[in-house]
Design a protein around this ligand. Structure first.
Ligand SMILES: NC(=O)c1ccc[n+]([C@@H]2O[C@H](COP(=O)([O-])OP(=O)(O)OC[C@H]3O[C@@H](n4cnc5c(N)ncnc54)[C@H](O)[C@@H]3O)[C@@H](O)[C@H]2O)c1
Length: 327
């Protein structure tokens, strides 16, 4: 079968594309290149520049390549931006998904894998977030992901399509420097940006009800996220129509912001200046750590990489991109 990977030129999408290609799957990538780069992809992968909002282009790509399965990663993902621009997020993430699903159903696609996010949980008041933890997203980004899951599931039921939604926690690391995340909205690249400029890393709030007072998160290596996609794609093929899966992709290990900043200093060798603490940011939950029990049970997936791998590989990518940084 042939898989269409939307957003395949993005940070996670490029890792998923490589993992699926290396495992022998036939793939075609559709990406509007708004934040993606075609040079992240192996030469043999066909890449179409276009949007999931473009129905004509979707029909052409799906039918022209005999696509029978879709891995949908294309989306806008900045929480703050989603608060400022809800129309844009609902259009790109939800209308984009609907347009893609309509085209997929018409083209006879019967496997669909959707990129969801831990953002669907909002401010969970539990030690370990499981898939049965209530979903109360707190921003338009998380809303589009939760509504997206509903739409995917409903369409799967109505049109005999096997579906899965993967809720990733905090994704970090890279399998090659050129595949690294180029955004600076997540903690690891945010700290890199500061220390590389000789500035102290910033910790937002140290008065949370956590062991060291800073927020606790669950980090997962992008290579592990990619292997979860491969496992889920194969599960959809084997289990067939009627299958629906919604699963966390995390490691179940809580790491505080202060612990992460300390580890980044150790791995990069840039321990000075010491971090500074600023007031809490609005809407940051104290602790979001995901249980991976379900995905392990359903797909036999577990994470293989640890924090040091995530930081060192991300740092290599950061340094290779930025000539101004110390060697
Ligand atoms: N990075 C994380 O920590 C994280 C966590 C949870 C969920 N996610 C989800 O994973 C997916 C991939 O995220 P990423 O971190 O790789 O981001 P990214 O911005 O690197 O990748 C998104 C890709 O989608 C493309 N794209 C955006 N809008 C498009 C459109 N309308 N049509 C076609 N292509 C479009 C972009 O050009 C880019 O290549 C997103 O759905 C995101 O919401 C990411």
């Amino acid at each position: 079968m042939t898989w269409l990977i939307t957003g395949g030129a993005g940070y996670i999408g490029a890792h998923v594309t490589r993992a699926m290609t290396e495992a022998g799957e036939r793939v075609v990538v559709l990406d509007d290149m708004s934040s993606g780069r075609a040079n992240r992809l192996p030469d043999q992968v066909p890449v179409v520049t276009g949007s999931v909002l473009d129905r004509v282009e979707l029909d052409r790509v799906l039918r022209g390549n005999g696509v029978t399965g879709v891995v949908h990663l294309a989306a806008r993902k900045q929480v703050e931006e989603s608060v400022q621009q809800p129309f844009r997020y609902y259009r790109e993430n939800l209308l984009g998904l609907q347009t893609l699903l309509e085209a997929a159903v018409d083209a006879g696609v019967d496997r669909f894998l959707f990129s969801s996010s831990a953002a669907v949980y909002g401010l969970p008041d539990v030690e370990l977030v499981s898939e049965t933890t209530p979903c109360v997203p707190m921003n338009p980004y998380g809303e589009t992901k939760l509504a997206g899951e509903w739409l995917v599931r409903s369409v799967g039921r109505a049109h005999r399509m096997a579906t899965a939604s993967l809720r990733y926690f905090n994704v970090a690391g890279a399998t090659a420097p050129e595949l690294a995340d180029t955004g600076v909205s997540n903690l690891v690249p945010m700290v890199f940006q500061r220390i590389a400029a000789g500035l102290p890393p910033v910790i937002f709030g140290d008065d949370y009800p956590t062991p060291d007072g800073t927020c606790v998160r669950d980090y997962v290596h992008v290579a592990d996220v990619a292997s979860a996609h491969l496992a889920a794609a194969r599960h959809l093929v084997e289990a067939g129509p009627g299958t629906e899966l919604t699963a966390n992709v995390g490691r179940g290990e809580g790491v505080s912001v202060r612990e992460m900043v300390t580890l980044i200093g150790e791995v990069t060798g840039l321990t000075e200046p010491a971090p500074v603490v600023e007031p809490r940011r609005a809407g940051d939950p104290a602790r979001v750590v995901g249980s991976a029990e379900l995905i392990t049970k359903e797909l036999g997936w577990t994470a293989h990489y640890g924090l040091r791998d995530m930081i060192s590989s991300a740092w290599e990518g950061w340094r290779s991109r930025s000539r101004a940084l110390p060697a």
